[in-house]
Write a protein that binds this ligand. Structure first.
Ligand SMILES: [Mg+2]
Length: 287
């Protein structure tokens, strides 16, 4: 999705769009940091930003850090030459030299943190993951976009990109017949979370065996091709709003001290959202 389409969702709001310079509109490779006049302009991205600068609800800012203060002058010259549509008063160039050589990412994050919030949507485009990460740490409300949003149609919000990538990897695991059980958020694996959930479920069922049941057969096992147990059985609770069932591995069978039925309950088409409502209905004590 190109940036212009992406911004459409905020068309009723004011947008402050902060654009990093090096690697986003000026080529990193050509010219050293102290040699700014040799930096090549990335014309495609500049053209797209120029278009966006004409959108009435968008205020466009240059948001750049420079190692030495001499960079101010060089960057201004470069912008005047290649991207003059960035208004002079909207060119934020932070000098590391004037800030005890603090990291660019920290300076950028702190600068954005100190901006007065006036209801505008704040968006940052940057090519450096470290900048994006540090800005995120201090600024939960800022929309972060990787520079690719100016370049190709696969770009999305940074968070979406990461989550999509992880989801893809998990699907890939499954396609290869491997299990994502050991996928972890550092503290717990999927397997841990599922195990804990199942144990709580079993504990609840055992407490309320009067409304719970278990079976090794589905209601429509013979006619429903989706009814495949794979070493699972079905257990359920009849809540005031309807049944909620759960597949469990056979290792939980003996732990579950509830009446055993010939078959599980007939599936009434409830969704995941319905399940949550039904479970919540248990919170009101039944008579
Ligand atoms: Mg950069």
């Amino acid at each position: 999705m190109y940036l212009k389409d992406y911004l459409e969702q905020y068309k009723d709001k004011k947008i402050k769009l902060f654009v990093d310079m090096d690697g986003v509109i000026a080529d990193y490779i050509f010219g050293s940091a102290e040699d700014y006049d040799k930096k090549r302009p990335l014309y495609d991205s500049i053209k797209k930003l120029e278009e966006i600068s004409k959108m009435s609800n968008v205020e466009l800012y240059i948001f750049s850090a420079t190692r030495y203060s001499i960079g101010f002058k060089q960057k201004q010259w470069w912008l005047d030459t290649y991207a003059p549509f960035f208004k002079k008063e909207n060119r934020i160039i932070i000098s590391r030299e004037e800030n005890n050589m603090t990291d660019s990412s920290t300076l950028k994050a702190q600068y954005l943190q100190n901006i007065k919030r006036d209801g505008s949507v704040l968006i940052l485009i940057d090519d450096d993951p470290k900048n994006l990460k540090d800005v995120r740490n201090l600024n939960e409300d800022i929309v972060l976009l990787k520079d690719t949003v100016l370049v190709d149609d696969t770009a999305m919000k940074l968070q979406d990109v990461s989550v999509n990538r992880i989801n893809e990897d998990i699907l890939e695991l499954r396609r290869n017949g491997a299990s994502p059980k050991k996928v972890s958020d550092k503290y717990h694996t999927f397997e841990d979370y599922i195990d804990i959930r199942n144990l709580w479920f079993v504990a609840y069922c055992n407490e309320r065996s009067d409304i719970s049941g278990k079976s090794k057969k589905h209601y429509d096992e013979e006619t429903d091709p989706m009814s495949n147990f794979n070493d699972d059985f079905i257990a359920w609770v009849n809540t005031p709003m309807g049944t909620v069932a759960q597949h469990l591995k056979m290792k939980y069978w003996d732990l579950l001290d509830v009446p055993e039925y010939e078959r599980g309950p007939k599936y009434d088409g409830y969704t995941f959202e319905d399940s949550k409502k039904r479970i919540m209905s248990l919170f009101t004590k039944s008579k």
